[in-house]
Write a protein of this length. Sequence first.
Length: 257
Amino acid sequence: MLPSCCADRKESERDAREGCGPLRSVESEEASGHMETTSRVGAQASAAEGGQPLPSARRTVDGYLLAPFPWYGLDEAFTGPRWLMQVGTSAEGAVEHGSVGHGDEPSVRNEFTAVTEDEPKERFAVVVTVAANDVRRSADGTGLLEATSVSSAAWLAGVGLLSFTWPGQLDHTLRDDWLDQQTETAWVLADDLAGPDWSTLSLPVDGVPTPFHYRESEFGWVLAGSTQEGVHVGAYGRGMSAYGLGFAMIKDIATYA
């Protein structure tokens, strides 16, 4: 069975490529209980075709303040820069998930190559918070919205890392093929957290040792788990070891702005 968060992915990919609907913001894919894959990657990749980082639309704290759940970031042991990214909303406009960054603001890799020892490594970690929702009725009462899970956080984290490794110099045909291949892989991996591609890593969350699903790739690392505060937490990064990280509820999200 495929991850519930991604049930409409194929139709969304086709519509996005055929121009049947607007691409949504980087963190705005969860609508009616589904996280629309290519909307996320496509928006990030299209904006990055000039090879520039994408910090311009990520500075408002307003959306974060509307969330009915707590946000998570790295704990006080991390003393580097912190910055906002974006939130994602449901079809009804409710905030469902969002991300905050730590360290160097990542730029998109312009080559379809892994980071080598000779290349300067950006050091960053992005923390994704996803509201833990059960199956529930849509606002208009016409259907049911899928539950969110740790797989939802793993999915968003996996595609988040992909969004900063997109090969911007590819032509459109090869770009679409590459995105299809990589998003399909992230999708399948998020649905199989007990599989051999994942290991278990214990990290502190609000000071409590907490198990996370963890995997590494040539582009960085991804992890996902749950908190005692009713949210799922995902994270991805590059150049910063995941083994030394700790997570904590953000007391004042405005400190990231």
